[in-house]
Write a protein that binds this ligand. Structure first.
Ligand SMILES: Cc1ncc(COP(=O)(O)O)c(C=O)c1O
Length: 417
C-alpha cells in the first residue's frame, strides 16, 4: 500500500527551482567579507542613501501608540487613499482604494498577483534577460514561462513578443526600467504592446519598481493607457514599491493596482491565505513616506550622477554599449576577458574584493520533461558573458569597483595575447 512506504522520495516542484543567483552572489559576498574583510559591494541594489527621517519616526510612533492590530487584508484605508492619489497625479493611473493592495514589499505583491492570475497550462511571456525572482514566481505559480527577445537597447521587441505568444499565453510581464538591463519601454512601444495584449485577451503585469529612476526620457506607466476604461475590461496590473525611490528596502512595503474587480476578489483570497494582512506600523511609515516624496528628486539625482560620471569608464573600455536609460543596474560585457560571467565574478570577488552578479542567472531558461515536470533550473543563456553592476552604491566605492573591473578585463585580454 502506498502509505506503507515511508521511505519513498519526495521532490516537491519547488525543489527544482534554486534560490536565485542574486541570493548566491549575496551569500558568497557575505562569506568572503566574513573571511577576508571589507568588500566593494556592487552586487545588490542597496542604495547609498536612506529613507526620509520622518518615516522612522512614524513607524516608532505607530508602535508606541499601539497601532499594531490586524487590519484589512488590502491594507490601511488611509494609506490606500494616499497611494490612489499618488498613482493619479504621478503615474496617470485611476485606481481607487478598493482595487489597491498594500503588500510586504512589491516582491510579495508580484508573487500574489501571479498566483491570482495563473490558470492550468497558462503561459507567461517574459523578457529573455529578466530579474530571476520573476522567473521563480512564475514557476511557483504553475505558469509556463516563454521568453521574448530584446532589441539592441535590450528593450522588449514587439515582433518578438508576438512571435513568442501562442494559444496558451495569458500574461505579458513588463519591467520598465528593467532590472537587470536598465532598458526602458517608450510610450509608443507600450502602446503597441497594449494593443497586442488587448487583441489577444492577455493580462499585463507591469513591474515599475524603478519608476523614479528614468534618465533618458520620462517614466510611462502602461496602465495610464487605459485610464477611464470600465474596470471589467482592463488588462494592466501595476506593481510599485517603497524600496527604491524612497530607499525603504528593509521596511518591506509595496503595492499593487489590480486591473479588474474579479482579479481583486481572487487576490484578496490569495493574500488572506498568505499574509492575513500587511504589517500595520510599517503602513503608517508608508503614509509618512508618501508625504516626503520630495526626497526622491535628490535620490534620483545621486544615482543619475553616478551613472553619468562613473559608467563612461565602462563604455570607453568597450564593456557597455550605452549608458542604461533607467534603473540601478548596468550589464557589463566582460566576454573579451575570455571568461564567463560566473568565472569573472568569482575572480573579481576573491582577488579584487569587488562583488557583482554573474549574468547567466538573468537569462536562465527552464526546461520541462515530457510529463510537464520542471527539470532542475540552471544559469546560462544569452547573458552568460555579462555581469550586473549596481550603480546606486556609494560613489567612491563605485569608482574603485569599476576601475578594478576594467583592469581585470584588460589584464585577461593581455594574458591571452
Ligand atoms: C524589478 C524588481 N521588482 C521588484 C523588486 C522587489 O522589491 P521590493 O520587494 O523590495 O519591493 C525588485 C527588487 O530588487 C526589483 O528589482
Amino acid at each position: 500500500m502506498a502509505h506503507s512506504t515511508p521511505q519513498a522520495p519526495f521532490f516537491p516542484e519547488a525543489s527544482a527551482i534554486p534560490t536565485s543567483w542574486l541570493y548566491e552572489a549575496f551569500r558568497r559576498a557575505n562569506e568572503r567579507e566574513h573571511r577576508a574583510g571589507p568588500l566593494i559591494k556592487l552586487h545588490v541594489g542597496e542604495p547609498a542613501f536612506g529613507p526620509p527621517e520622518s518615516v522612522g519616526r512614524a513607524l516608532a510612533e505607530a508602535v508606541l501608540d499601539g497601532r499594531t492590530r490586524y487590519i484589512d487584508v488590502q491594507g490601511l484605508m488611509e494609506l490606500r487613499e494616499a497611494i490612489s492619489e499618488k498613482l493619479d497625479t504621478v503615474n496617470g493611473i485611476d485606481a481607487p482604494a478598493d482595487r489597491l493592495f498594500v503588500t510586504p514589499g512589491s516582491c510579495q505583491g508580484l508573487s500574489a498577483l501571479l498566483r491570482t492570475l495563473a490558470e492550468p497550462g497558462a503561459e507567461i511571456l517574459m523578457p529573455q534577460i529578466h530579474w530571476p525572482v520573476h522567473l521563480q514566481q512564475a514557476l511557483l505559480a504553475g505558469l509556463r514561462p516563454v521568453f521574448y527577445g530584446l532589441d539592441d537597447t535590450l528593450a522588449p521587441d514587439v515582433d518578438s513578443v508576438r512571435a513568442a505568444s501562442g494559444p496558451n499565453t495569458r500574461i505579458l510581464l513588463l519591467n520598465s526600467p528593467s532590472n537587470p538591463t536598465g532598458a526602458l519601454l517608450s510610450r509608443e512601444r507600450q502602446t503597441r504592446l497594449y494593443e497586442l495584449a488587448s487583441e489577444r485577451g492577455w493580462q499585463i503585469v507591469s513591474d515599475e519598481a524603478y519608476e523614479d529612476f528614468v534618465y533618458a526620457s520620462e517614466h510611462v506607466s502602461i496602465a495610464s493607457l487605459e485610464r477611464g476604461l470600465d474596470p471589467s475590461r482592463r488588462l494592466v496590473n501595476s506593481v510599485f514599491t517603497f524600496s527604491k525611490g524612497l530607499a525603504m528596502t528593509g521596511y518591506r512595503l509595496g503595492y499593487v493596482a489590480v486591473a479588474r474587480p474579479q482579479v481583486c476578489d481572487a487576490m484578496r483570497m490569495v493574500q488572506e491565505s498568505s499574509i492575513i494582512a500587511p504589517s500595520a506600523p510599517i503602513q503608517y511609515a508608508g503614509i509618512s513616506a508618501l508625504h516626503a516624496r520630495e526626497s526622491i528628486a535628490g535620490n534620483h539625482a545621486f544615482v543619475r550622477e553616478n551613472r553619468d560620471r562613473m559608467l563612461p569608464a565602462l563604455t570607453e573600455a568597450g564593456l557597455l554599449p550605452a549608458l542604461p536609460g533607467g534603473g540601478w543596474y548596468a550589464m557589463a560585457d566582460i566576454s573579451s576577458s575570455g571568461m564567463t560571467g560566473e568565472q569573472f565574478a568569482a575572480e573579481l570577488l576573491h582577488k579584487e574584493g569587488v562583488a557583482v552578479v554573474p549574468g547567466g542567472g538573468f537569462s536562465a531558461c527552464p526546461e520541462f520533461g515530457a510529463d510537464g515536470t520542471l527539470r532542475p533550473l540552471r544559469p546560462g543563456g544569452v547573458a552568460d558573458g555579462l555581469v550586473r553592476i549596481a550603480f546606486c552604491a556609494d560613489r567612491d566605492q563605485l569608482a574603485a569597483g569599476i576601475e578594478r573591473i576594467v583592469a581585470l578585463v584588460q589584464r585577461k585580454q593581455k594574458e591571452a595575447r
